[in-house]
Write a protein that binds this ligand. Structure first.
Ligand code: FMN
Ligand code: EPS
Length: 358
């Protein structure tokens, strides 16, 4: 993996109920216009507490840039950004101090570190993903300069699937649904589960357009591998599909191949990647989110002292994490592509010569 500070990389810090969360983005080329209002708009798309389909925790997620930007442009030094937590209500979490929530990371964090910030799950809370969205917005600003776009939306919730994808519809959709004809049914399924003190899973679609041919390496750093790594690293993601990957396993080669003409590919089952390298067509990902683990039903669990108990938790939780998660997928995809673009610049002698104006 690339070391922090080399090429386009980032890390995050902070806990859900701590003072703040944030990120440091490094390797951003100097001279990039850093549109702070754009970064905020991206954060607004993910922020909690906006409607009945999201957690009730209300955070404005106002971003503050601490470094790496001078007179509106990146300076080539690390860009640090901070988002202060304002609405923690940590008392609601006192009942999970010594208890492991089924499906959450409490059990593994406790056994790995021997100490755990139980207030909202600390760093394991997806509150952390706000910092990824801030970092992803910087990557998107860079991609915008070269005409690459990254979009996302929800195709499926609780098994109710879109029959077509309209990426522009997500701008008007409360739950970023890609298909207006199933949006109401998807919303109803979320509220039904929520009223029943339960939760549902969902699937997000990510589409990256206008990529050049050639991003991705032959062994490590294949484009599909790094995108899958980035998606699987998002809280609650349990599977990633590239193009028609799953369907393809049930097809014949004659059906699954994308025929080639001088003018381009005649179909895009591959999801825009061949041999781990972008082929110039849209890169398409399906990202599968499990149902929210924190539910308000009584469940079996055990305490840190090894006592088996039945308990029902409190707190404020998303009834379907895929919705806000889709915005995180977009950010992570943009971060991967920004990094791969920088890596690719030195991959041919022509590329190097072009850079040095030889
Ligand atoms: C945007 C987003 C919001 C989430 N909101 C919640 C939530 O409100 N409650 C919860 O228990 N899990 C939520 N999750 C999922 C947990 O963070 C995740 O399941 C947990 O960290 C355990 O990790 P794992 O599911 O990847 O194994 C959310 C995930 C994302 C991406
Ligand atoms: C606060 C956010 O989402 C949180 C993600 C989350 C979890 O367990 O992942 C649990 C809930 O919060 P807490 O950490 O207080 O329990 C959600 O509200 C956010 O996305 O900004």
């Amino acid at each position: 993996m690339n070391r922090f500070g080399i090429r386009f990389s980032f890390t995050t810090f902070g806990e859900s109920h701590g003072k703040a969360i944030g990120c440091v983005v490094d390797g951003v080329p100097a001279g990039l216009t850093i549109d702070e209002a754009y970064i905020q708009r991206e954060l607004d798309r993910r922020k909690p507490g906006q409607n009945a389909y999201a957690t009730a925790r209300k955070e404005e997620d106002t971003v503050e840039i601490l470094s790496g930007v001078f007179e509106g442009k990146s300076t080539g030094t690390p860009i640090a950004m901070v988002i202060y937590n304002t609405n923690q209500k940590s008392k609601d979490y006192s009942n999970i101090k010594d208890i492991f929530r089924p499906g959450h990371a409490d059990y593994t964090y406790w056994h790995k570190y021997g100490i755990r910030d139980y207030r909202g799950g600390g760093r394991s809370s997806a509150r952390e993903t706000a910092a990824r969205v801030a970092a992803g917005a910087i990557a998107k600003l860079m991609l915008r300069e070269v005409g690459i776009t990254v979009k996302s939306g929800i195709s499926e919730i609780a098994g109710i699937a879109a029959s077509s994808f309209d990426f522009d519809h997500v701008l008007t959709s409360e739950i970023y649904a890609l298909d207006p004809s199933v949006e109401q049914a998807q919303k109803d399924a979320i509220l039904l589960a929520k009223n029943d003190h339960d939760s549902v899973g969902g699937v997000a679609q990510v589409r990256i357009e206008n990529l050049p041919v050639g991003l991705g390496e032959p062994l490590y750093y294949k484009l599909d591998a790094v995108l899958a790594d980035a998606m699987m690293g998002i809280n609650a993601v349990k599977a990633v599909e590239i193009g028609d990957g799953l369907l393809g396993t049930r097809l014949h080669g004659s059906e699954n191949n994308d025929p080639i003409r001088h003018s381009g590919f005649e179909s895009n089952h591959s999801g825009g990647i061949l041999g781990g390298i972008s082929n110039g067509d849209a890169v398409r990902l399906s990202v599968y989110f499990k149902p929210t683990p924190s539910i308000f039903r009584e469940q079996h669990t055990t305490t840190t002292e090894g006592e088996d108990v039945d308990f029902a938790l409190k707190g404020r939780h998303d009834p379907c994490v895929a919705i806000r998660g889709s915005v995180v997928c977009e950010a992570m995809a943009a971060l991967v592509v920004a990094d791969m673009l920088l890596l690719n610049m030195g991959r041919t002698i022509e590329g190097v010569a072009r850079y040095y104006h030889v």
